[in-house]
Design a protein around this ligand. Structure first.
Ligand SMILES: Cc1cc2nc3c(=O)[nH]c(=O)nc-3n(C[C@H](O)[C@H](O)[C@H](O)COP(=O)(O)O)c2cc1C
Length: 354
């Protein structure tokens, strides 16, 4: 079995180790443009030794942003400043990846430190927000307008156009965000999707938008570059999306060209009871890997080097994604290597310290 510091080959690229920076919204953009903050935030984690550095959710359409300050990849002008970031990440020996997202019914909300309620149009918000059905997420969120079939086709095209821009900007991994109660997840779950057309009702219908998005993205995303999908493996709620459906869907996504299922949970139901604890989502990554025979990423309260290494060695997942622990310590991969007795190269500038 491989270990945490074994390279991970994926199509035509190789990650130098099994550690990824999990997507983390920074809410630091204007009109979707990345800033110096993104260069330093993502760049320092590449210097820190991660194999894969994924951006935060980058909106594929302006109205698909969570907040007015979200990162975007919805116009060609976004490409050049993103290229500056991917170039730097590449120079550090890491692979730059981008998470492509549409916020659906959770769009036009304030960034967390400004209250998380709907943002008015005067304050940079927008109307309408869209979703599969006219069901709000929670108090303080907007009532979404159900997407027409033409609207769905537009969203799928938006994802494909964003993927084309991402390749142009130098990203070598793309991840579709189909988790955490955002648009694609909203279609998957019967709790948020009550449509009666071919995008709602049966499992086949609820998964259609994601399968069509994968096909459209694969049509433009270079063959040699891997494509990930982030799923919420369960809504943690009776009658919602669950692990059995996640396994079934993952089985269908693999032949469409998906290389890895990044396995998270929750986010579509505001008050779900989630048994949060160290590695609490790992069993879902393990089950999808085993039952759908696809590579998986494990995420959620992975903080300890031996814990992370154990997940890879036991074959529970192929990649670990860390979010908050990499905020606390961008050099976590270097610390983990030291603790596990692995050798990793340091930037020449820092060579005397390691
Ligand atoms: C500040 C912050 C922003 C986040 N933004 C995103 C995001 O843009 N996309 C996403 O899929 N998950 C996002 N997440 C969730 C993380 O990627 C990760 O799944 C979660 O924090 C659990 O991992 P951890 O215990 O290592 O923090 C965010 C988490 C944090 C803390």
């Amino acid at each position: 079995m491989p270990h945490l510091f074994d390279p991970l080959p994926l199509r035509g690229i190789t990650l130098r180790n099994r550690i990824a920076v999990s997507p983390m919204c920074e809410y630091s953009s204007t009109d979707g443009f990345p800033t110096d903050w993104h260069l330093v935030h993502l760049g320092s984690r590449a210097v820190g030794g991660a194999g894969l550095v994924l951006t935060e959710a980058a909106a594929v359409a302006a109205e698909g942003r969570i907040s007015p300050q979200d990162l975007g990849i919805y116009c060609d002008e976004h490409i050049e400043p993103l290229r500056r970031i991917t170039r730097f990440i590449d120079e550090q020996g890491a692979v730059a990846g981008i998470q492509l997202a549409h916020a659906g019914r959770k769009a036009s909300t304030a960034r967390p430190w400004e209250g998380k309620n709907a943002v008015s149009v005067e304050n940079g918000g927008w109307r309408p927000v869209v979703g599969p059905s006219a069901l709000t997420f929670d108090d303080g969120y907007l009532l979404p307008e159900p997407l027409s079939e033409d609207g769905i086709s537009q969203v799928i095209q938006d994802f494909a156009q964003a993927a084309r821009r991402a390749a142009d900007a130098g990203f070598r991994v793309a991840e579709l965000h189909a988790a955490h109660g955002y648009l694609l997840h909203e279609f998957l779950s019967p709790l948020s999707n009550q449509r009666t057309d071919r995008y709602g009702g049966s499992f086949e219908n609820r998964t259609r938008i994601l399968r069509e998005t994968v096909e459209a993205v694969r049509g433009v995303w270079p063959e040699q570059f891997p494509l990930f999908v982030r799923l919420s493996a369960t809504d943690w709620t009776e009658g919602g999306w669950d692990i059995a459906q996640s396994v079934e869907l993952s089985r269908m996504l693999k032949p469409l060209g998906v290389d890895l299922i990044d396995t998270s949970t929750g986010g579509n139901v505001p008050h779900a009871k989630i048994p949060v604890g160290p590695g609490y989502q790992v069993p879902f990554a393990e089950q999808i890997k085993r039952d759908a025979e696809v590579l998986t990423g494990a995420v959620g309260m992975i903080t300890d080097p031996h814990q992370a290494d154990g997940i890879i060695r036991k074959g529970q997942a192929d990649l670990v994604l860390l979010a908050r622990e990499l905020l606390r310590d961008p050099y976590w991969p270097r610390r983990a290597a030291k603790e596990l007795g692995a050798e990793i190269a340091a930037p020449v500038q820092y060579g005397r310290a390691w």
